[in-house]
Design a protein around this ligand. Structure first.
Ligand code: 5GP
Length: 114
C-alpha cells in the first residue's frame, strides 16, 4: 500500500496540526511554513492527490471546500481580502499529494504570483 501523505496522517490524528475548522468532509489547519501572516490549508478528508484527479462525483465536495473557505477567512478576520490557491503538479510547486486549498491573507499579496 502507498505510504500515507502527511495530510492523511493529520486527518488520522497521527501527526499534530493547529486545526481551526473541521466537519464531516474537510479539515482546516495552519500551514507549518506560513507564507503570509495568515496561512491556512483546507483539505478534503477524501484522498484526492491533486486537482487533475478530481472526478465529476467530487463536485459537491470541491464546492463545499469553496463554501467553507470564506467562512474560515471571516473567522480569522481577513476582512480586507485574502487569496485562495490550489497548486497542481510540479510547475506549480505542489509538495503534498493530497489536494488542498491555501488561504493566504493578512498582508498585500503580489500579482502575478512568483
Ligand atoms: P503545496 O506546495 O503542496 O501546495 O503546499 C503544501 C503546504 O503544506 C506547504 O505550504 C507546507 O508548508 C505545508 N506543510 C507541509 N507539511 C506540513 C505539516 O506537516 N503540517 C502543516 N501544518 N503544514 C505542512
Amino acid at each position: 500500500m502507498a505510504e500515507k501523505t502527511i495530510f492523511k496522517k493529520i486527518i488520522d490524528g497521527e501527526i499534530q496540526a493547529d486545526v481551526i475548522y473541521e466537519d464531516d468532509q474537510c479539515l482546516a489547519f495552519r500551514d507549518i511554513r506560513p507564507q503570509a501572516p495568515t496561512h491556512v490549508l483546507v483539505i478534503p478528508k477524501k484522498e484526492i492527490p491533486k486537482l487533475d484527479d478530481v472526478l465529476e462525483e467530487d463536485a459537491p465536495l470541491m464546492g463545499h471546500l469553496l463554501v467553507v473557505a470564506p467562512k474560515i477567512a471571516a473567522q480569522l478576520g481577513l476582512h480586507n481580502g485574502y487569496r485562495v490557491v490550489i497548486n497542481n503538479g510540479p510547475d506549480a510547486g505542489q509538495e503534498v499529494m493530497h489536494i488542498h486549498l491555501h488561504i493566504l491573507g493578512g498582508r498585500r499579496l503580489g500579482w502575478p504570483p512568483g
